[in-house]
Design a protein around this ligand. Structure first.
Ligand code: GTP
Ligand code: MG
Length: 254
């Protein structure tokens, strides 16, 4: 049985660094974990992947082979990943880790909003899976951006329909006061609504309030776990949340 956690978030939200820090923490906790890189366009990574989609598809290779520009090649590479599922499955079976942490392509929409990403996620194995969705700290510190990110995270949830953990990434970049404000928004829809009323005006205020309410109504809001890949804050909590999803709270150690 290999549990798979897919790390998803907007470009630059800290997916690759979180993959690296989380896996290091899991290894310290004596968990048998492996890393899958699903980004065919990445040039350098802050970790050494155990399984790498670039062994099969690269954006540069697609540009050359099909005479495409960088954007066309990114899209095509995202779709071509699907042809490699059998190879990836074989590699996962050979390695047989208890947990596989999958880093996903920089451009979230290529993975989440085209057919190939959800297809890959659901075809890769029949074992339990979860999504770790990243809210970028600096981007989120504004009620309008925060609500936009809630909306995106709900859209990701609708695409994959898997248990989803919400992480506030790069939390070391926030002051304690600002971090507390964001945590309050994540825990209390009323606190978020007061911030929307205080800090936004006109159409932004109206739309933000209604989006926030719709997400509450659909039960698509989740608490945030503040995490930093620089200071390792929150990694224990994130790992515990994965254990709760995968094993009802039991430790995943060998
Ligand atoms: N301060 C701080 N910076 C971070 C943290 N995590 C990532 N970064 C920085 O944010 C930038 C982007 O991080 P990545 O992990 O590459 O983000 P990504 O989501 O994988 O980016 P793409 O795959 O290119 O979309 C890098 O310059 C990191 O150094 C963190 O926890 N704290
Ligand atoms: Mg990355």
């Amino acid at each position: 049985m290999t549990f798979i956690a897919f790390i998803i978030g907007t470009a630059g939200s800290g997916k690759s660094f979180l993959t690296s820090a989380l896996v290091e923490k899991m290894r310290q906790e004596k968990q048998k974990v492996a890393i899958l890189n699903l980004d065919p366009g990445v040039v350098s990574l802050p970790y050494t992947p155990d399984i790498d989609i670039r062994d099969y598809v690269t954006v540069d290779g697609v540009m050359e082979k099909y005479g495409l520009g960088p954007n066309g090649a990114l899209i095509m590479a995202a779709d071509l990943i699907v042809n490699e599922i059998e190879h990836l499955k074989e590699e996962i079976e050979d390695l047989n880790p208890d947990i596989l942490v999958a880093d996903t392509p920089g451009q979230m929409e290529l993975f989440a909003f085209r057919a190939s990403g959800p297809f890959l996620v659901h075809t890769l194995s029949d074992d339990p899976k979860a999504i770790i969705y990243l809210f970028d700290s600096v981007f989120s510190y504004n009620p309008l951006n925060y609500v936009s990110n809630m909306f995106l995270s709900a859209a990701v949830h609708i695409r994959f329909l898997l248990p989803q953990i919400h992480v506030l990434s790069k939390c070391d970049l926030l002051s304690e006061k600002d971090l507390n404000v964001l945590m309050e928004w994540s825990e209390s829809p009323e606190a978020l609504e007061s911030a929307i009323d205080e800090r936004l005006k006109g159409t932004s205020r109206l739309l933000s309030r209604n989006i926030s309410r719709a997400i509450q109504l659909l039960d698509l809001s989740f608490p945030l776990i503040p995490v930093s890949s620089k200071t390792n804050e929150g990694l224990i909590e994130l790992n515990a949340m994965l254990e709760r999803i995968f094993k009802g709270g039991e430790k995943i150690t060998y």
